[in-house]
Design a protein around this ligand. Structure first.
Ligand code: HEM
Length: 399
């Protein structure tokens, strides 16, 4: 990237409010939709904060997700670990990406997700039953936010839920590793575990996603190792995202009692409300991290081949050319114009499933625990953010 005298602030910056961006992000985005920022390793990259610009760029074939190139920007030290740099699907470009996505798309269709509704309702109600048994106060992360995606993903993939302590810790270790060694070791443990599982499915396939994927090994469309890697990426992508979003959204609702009441009283249906929660929380903070393979001209700028690029979902979701009062939480906004699930060929594969889990989780939570409130002063909550995910360690609630 050419040397520029324009100031390039450090990025990313820890949020102080669990769901609103740090002030410096707001300041950067008032300068324009495309700016430069400086990463932890002193590298300058383009930061996209405009919604239209982000969609244009994320649909551009001159952007690559291939992390095996040095040009791919590493957003935190642990993400430089070899395992994090060779993730299938999310870290692939066409045609390989297209091949993998084509095999998975039918599994994550709206129809497939909808068929899971009764199972997810049973899971969520069972967790609230347990919370009621435990009595007030209870930690909503441990007893609600973490087990929902964990139970759903283990049923979907055919992974024994008894192993949840292991796979939750290991996936968190990859996403939020303390350092590259921690990320590498967590990924290696997951690969060993999933390798055994895939081998068992190859011998005797069950009616689950891994069982169906191994059929593609027989037909020569996938290798054994690709199935292992795909299962790992699905687990990583499907657990931390949903489990982090739930407590952060609950905090946003508790700080906006009139919005919580609108959800609880059915004034805004949960299916509508979650779109605003997705927009405002932007739990991954980024809608995509890429590098540029050929010069791109946009808005009078030239993004040069080899430059890194980061799309901020937190800020594109608050583009005032798209949303009036973009920092306000308004569950009735009824807009899907957010980039929390990304955009373009890598747009979240699991978004139908994520939406369904969130809809059922929030509808059930406010209906069954109508007096929901924080059980500790908000200053005591510990925000966790190492790298890319916004989350809170514990969320003690009373009702
Ligand atoms: C609130 C929950 C979720 C959020 C905020 C979220 C966010 C995202 C984002 C921003 C991307 C795009 C990354 C990029 O372009 O580089 C993505 C991709 C992906 N997500 Fe999600 N996700 C969520 C839930 C899920 C679930 C439940 C699953 C699986 C069941 C899943 C599986 C994936 C996969 C496999 C990709 C890679 C797709 C590709 O590269 O083609 N996600 N997600």
């Amino acid at each position: 990237m050419s040397a520029s005298s324009v100031e390039a602030p450090s990025f990313p910056v820890r949020r102080s409010c669990p769901y609103q961006p740090p002030d410096v992000y707001r300041e950067i985005s008032t300068r324009g939709p495309i700016n430069q920022v400086t990463l932890w390793d002193d590298r300058r990259v383009w930061l996209i904060t405009g919604y239209a610009e982000a969609r244009r760029l994320l649909a551009d074939e001159r952007l690559s997700s291939d992390r095996s190139y040095d040009a791919y920007p590493t957003m935190a030290p642990h993400l430089g670990a070899p395992a994090a740099r060779k993730l299938v699907l999310v870290g692939e470009d066409p045609p390989v990406h297209h091949h993998h996505r084509r095999l998975l798309n039918p599994e994550f269709s709206l129809k497939h997700a909808r068929a899971l509704r009764p199972d997810i309702e049973r899971i969520v109600n069972g967790l609230i039953d347990r919370i009621e048994e435990l009595g007030s106060p209870a930690d909503l992360v441990e007893h609600f936010a973490a087990p929902i995606p964990s139970l759903v993903m283990s049923a979907l993939l055919g992974i024994p839920y008894e192993d949840h302590a292991f796979f939750q810790t290991a996936t968190a270790g990859v996403m939020q590793g303390r350092d590259p060694e921690h990320t590498e070791a967590s990924a290696a443990e997951l690969v060993r575990y999933l390798d055994r599982l895939v081998t068992a499915q190859e011998r005797k396939p069950d009616e689950n996603l891994v069982g169906r994927l191994v059929a593609h090994v027989e037909s020569g469309e996938l290798t054994h190792d690709e199935v292992v890697q795909l299962a790992m990426v699905l687990l990583i992508a499907g657990l931390e995202t949903t489990s982090s979003m739930i407590p952060i959204s609950v905090l946003a609702l508790l700080e906006h009692p009139e919005q919580l009441a609108a959800l609880r009283d059915g004034v805004v249906p949960a299916a509508i409300a979650i779109e605003e929660l997705l927009r405002i929380t932007a739990v991954t903070d980024f809608a995509g991290v890429r590098w540029i393979t050929d010069d791109i001209e946009i808005d009078g700028l030239v993004l040069k081949a080899g430059d890194g690029l980061v799309v901020s979902s937190t800020m594109t979701n608050r583009d005032d050319r798209v949303h009036a009062e973009p920092y306000e939480v308004d569950l009735a906004r009824a807009s899907r114009q957010h980039l929390t699930f990304g955009y373009g060929i890598h747009q979240c594969l699991g978004q139908n499933l994520a939406r369904l889990q969130l809809e059922i989780a929030f509808e059930t939570l406010v209906r069954r625990l109508p007096g929901l409130r924080l059980a500790v002063p908000s200053e005591e909550l510990v925000m966790r953010r190492t790298g890319t995910m916004q989350s809170v360690e514990r969320l003690p609630v009373a009702w």
